[in-house]
Design a protein around this ligand. Sequence first.
Ligand code: NOJ
Ligand code: CA
Length: 567
Amino acid sequence: MRHVRVSGILIGIVFLIASSPALRAQTAASDSQAHPWYQHAVFYEIYPRSFMDSNGDGIGDLKGITSQLDYLKTLGIDAIWIAPCFPSPQVDFGYDVSDYQNIDKMYGTLADFDKLQKLGQDHGIKIIFDFVVNHTSDQHPWFVDSRSSRTADKRDWYVWREGKGTNPPNNWLAVFGGSAWQWDEKTKQYYYHYFYPQQPDLNWRNPAVVRAMNGTTEWWYRRGVAGFRLDAVDSLFEDPNLQDDPVLPGQNAYGDPLVEHKYTQKLPEVHLALKGLRTVADQYNAVLIGETWTDNVAQLRTYYGSAHDELQMPMDLMLTKMKFSAPAFREHFKQVDSSGEWPVLVIGNHDILRSWNRYGDGQHNDQIAKDMAAMYLTLRGTPILYYGEEIGMQNNDPQRREDVKDPIGRLGWPKEKGRDGERTPMQWNDEPNAGFTTGIPWNAIPVTYKTYNVEDEAKDPNSILNWYKALLALRHTDPALLDGAYIPLNESDAEVLSYLRKASGYAVLVAINMSAVPRAVHFDLARQGIAATSAKTLLTTQSSLKEKASIAQISLEPYGVYIGAVK
Ligand code: NOJ
Ligand code: CA
């Protein structure tokens, strides 16, 4: 195996550009207590097609995002992760990149990016780009060259193999359906693609690929990007011996047998690649966020690197698979906390059913959305919001196959309806098209936008939006919420999730009733060194507790939340 290396010229370049304005944008490395900047920041994912359309073509764009920086600032956002906006044939809505160093015309220009970055800086909002590291588009010049002949300069930039007779090299399956091997008639070999055939996998065993990819991150850091969310990191490497993946009982939505991706996912070499990317990131004080789908906390921990030299922020996506349950969350956070790493809290993104639907019970979804916000915005760690979650945006899945835009929805219909439903335009107001566009929106907006929208919710003190704003304001200023230890309380309570965030001489008490019936909770905080008998209210969903609550007994309404300061 060839080893991953980082370009040796990087260090020299750092000196040359140390005084550039873009680099200066990121030099506030840490606060006075030496917390890296991302630990106290709140991140927000923007799906650029759907956030704000500035030119009436029905598709969101960079100018649209720039026009909403004030909104993001008021909400309490410090960094935005923008899903891919690079030139792309859009087979996978931008996750098929044909040029890593430009902006797709549909989203604007590099000058628009520069303006967004500059104004973002003025607002205290950093820009995180989405780096599709596993694969390119089949239209990327690298692949065009690679497929041109077996001796092409870039042939070895992708994974080409001989078939077995008339069959593909082995049984590996693409996660978007069918074999992971695509026959190429011209050069009479197969190329490997973990996703669509139009997304050929890069060969990360080739040092030239590693240099090109690391160099791409550097190019953007120098332009002012503050970090990357790394797409599909698990699948960077495959077994060079092409062993078959074990087949499991059952079928997926595409009719393929279920397999364990033993030889196509989470190979140890992934960590070498991440270390290389991190070496570059560190020179620019940039952050690397990982799309890290893991089965357990131990697995998640490996992505930080044994010497904390890989991802600073591997996402805890296990949270997105959990039921709304106090004991389940408690057990999970116990494990996360004992891992000792800095958690990255995520409850939604552009690939999964919206959190409002997923945790909701169909009757109390708004209250449950507030409970989830109270939980993940007061836990230790860095939260990443998904646009629209803060106003209770809901999935709007297509009803007919012919309306589906996401190819996996057409392929897997009706079991898999695709991801259009969680990617609908941001709901800004109750005007036509929710204020997102003056044209025809690219994706259908649910009728619920009439009540779930920024403008109306901003006026309603009890809205989900104002709850998010209050929580974010609190977590930005409260030392215990920023850095305090996580201490679970009442660990046998089946319905109420309670914990302390404890700083020195002070703590924040959080109690969330995760049930549809009233609950009284009793605390004994003497063991935690807290003598006070009452808590001073910081934030609550209950007017009865507006000023304070007795620690001996707090009566919580169904789905009620209490957050108070104790000494
Ligand atoms: C994960 C991205 O989040 C998803 O949207 C995309 O389809 C795949 N990776 C492939 O890039
Ligand atoms: Ca547009």
